[in-house]
Design a protein around this ligand. Structure first.
Ligand code: FAD
Length: 422
């Protein structure tokens, strides 16, 4: 009977160290720096690098990696617990060397990269000497990748890429781009595209503009244009026509880490809400003494704990099966539930802070905006709910009778037959 909700004491000691370190040293960076991915910015170098060194010294650098890449091979449950702490700060994951999308990009480079690709792109990425961009979404369609039209044509031993991409995060800081392009338009739908690595500065690669969203200090998501961008044949990542398989490799673990970071953010809002209601006086007592306020506290705590258990159980399943395909439904459920938890908890926190809550002096509006972002990035909530429902219904046996198998008159007749009319 292996069913345990406790963290073993040794690892708990690491989590406690992390919690104090993030609160005292990393969270302050959110107030003085702009972009965690701007690795060449002198202010980032001065303030972030020494903290990264402390994390390395503690043996907690890039813990998402397996031992073959210099990581600890912690597995997803431990990573989930760590990410819950890192989610409190925009700089948390960069300081610990496990920031998206670089983690996912490293995952696919490690899995599909040639020795040359690993040497040139993976090694410096793992050290956070450079950052990367994963670009698949196009202006005319994001949720449905079969609508992508950016194409790569083989010419004289090179690939020539033409088209447009949209909302490519961190493009302006990235040293290389992983880009999905149509190489085989006549192949079956999921075998038409291949993945390419394009180094920054390759002629023809144009950043039309950086697009920002509410809650971001600087616009970070690029509208990209590829004007006859040429890359050598060796820059294909994975096999020709395999782009979907490559993309899937990076998404599963990434979504669980994202979910735990989101939980960390939502818990921060919850803690603020709790502090406020036990501090703020109204009429004949504290806000905390009003039952409708207590309901908001109770609902928020329950939603946070429910979500946390779903994420941890999913992380545990990933560790158990070591195959994302076996946990697709669970990961999709986590992805679909994540925006709502942040939205609801942050909204209650905002409301209980009154005018202060809607002001620029509190983070709640940004957190609510972030909840909408989370419902889009890595695919819209609806698409993930479809995955959950399809996977559940796949194994349900239809009734061949006019009335359902659970129709009460039928159940009564069956029960009578079982126990006898008496
Ligand atoms: C902050 C942020 C960062 C991002 N970073 C990256 C990145 O680094 N690289 C990258 O390639 N992309 C990135 N994206 C893009 C992201 O993957 C897309 O926004 C997402 O896939 C949705 O595509 P879309 O925006 O084109 O919306 P659309 O495809 O136009 O969908 C719009 C809406 O239509 C509805 N809808 C769509 N399909 C269905 C369906 N099947 N069933 C029911 N309703 C549906 C949903 O309500 C959905 O929100 C990022 C997005 C955000 C917000």
């Amino acid at each position: 009977m292996g069913w345990d909700f406790e963290t073993d004491p040794d690892f708990q000691a690491e989590l406690d160290w992390m919690a104090a370190f993030v609160r005292e040293k990393v969270e302050p960076l959110d107030h003085v720096l702009d972009n965690p991915y701007d690795v060449t910015n002198p202010r980032n170098i001065r303030l972030v690098r020494p903290l990264q060194q402390q994390v390395r010294d503690r043996g907690l650098w890039a813990c998402h990696l397996g031992p073959e890449l210099g990581g600890k091979g912690f597995g997803q449950v431990k990573l989930a617990l760590m990410n819950e702490i890192l989610g409190r700060s925009k700089f948390g994951s960069v300081v610990f060397g496990c920031q998206a999308p670089d983690t996912g990009n490293a995952e696919i480079l490690a899995h599909y990269g040639t020795p040359e690709q690993k040497d040139r792109f993976l090694k410096p990425l793992l050290e956070n000497e450079i950052v990367s961009c994963f670009s698949i979404t196009e202006p005319q369609g994001g949720a449905d990748p079969t609508l992508f039209t950016t194409k790569a044509v083989e010419t004289d031993g090179e690939w020539v890429i033409d088209g447009e991409k949209w909302f490519a995060s961190n493009a302006s800081c990235a040293a290389f781009f992983i880009v999905m392009a149509v190489t085989d338009p006549d192949a079956p739908r999921h075998e038409r595209m291949s993945m390419f690595i394009i180094p920054a500065g390759t002629p023809g690669l144009e950043i039309v503009r950086d697009v920002g969203h509410v809650g971001e200090k600087v616009p970070m998501h690029a509208y990209l244009r590829f004007n006859g961008v040429r890359v050598p044949a060796g820059n294909m990542l994975g096999k020709r026509g395999q782009a979907f398989a490559v993309a899937q490799t990076r998404l599963g673990g990434g979504r669980i880490h994202h979910a735990m970071r989101t939980l960390g953010e939502a818990r921060k809002a919850f803690e603020m809400m709790c502090e406020r209601v036990v501090s703020r006086q109204t009429r004949d007592g504290l806000l905390a003494e009003k039952q409708t306020v207590q309901e908001k506290i109770a609902d928020s705590w329950t939603e946070l704990e429910q979500f946390r258990l779903l994420v941890l159980r999913t992380a545990w399943l990933i560790d158990k099966y070591q195959d994302y395909r076996m946990v697709r439904k669970d990961i999709a459920a986590v992805k679909a539930a994540m925006p709502r938890v942040l939205h609801d908890v942050a909204s209650r926190a905002l409301h209980l802070h009154g005018s202060l809550g809607v002001s620029h002096e509190m983070p709640f509006m940004d957190q609510i905006a972030m909840s909408y972002v989370l419902g889009l990035a890595d695919g819209p909530t609806e698409v993930h709910k479809v995955t959950v429902a399809r996977q559940i219904l796949r194994d349900v046996v239809p009734s061949t009778d006019l009335f359902p198998a659970y129709h009460i008159p039928r159940l009564e007749a069956e029960a009578r037959a079982l126990v006898g009319e008496a």
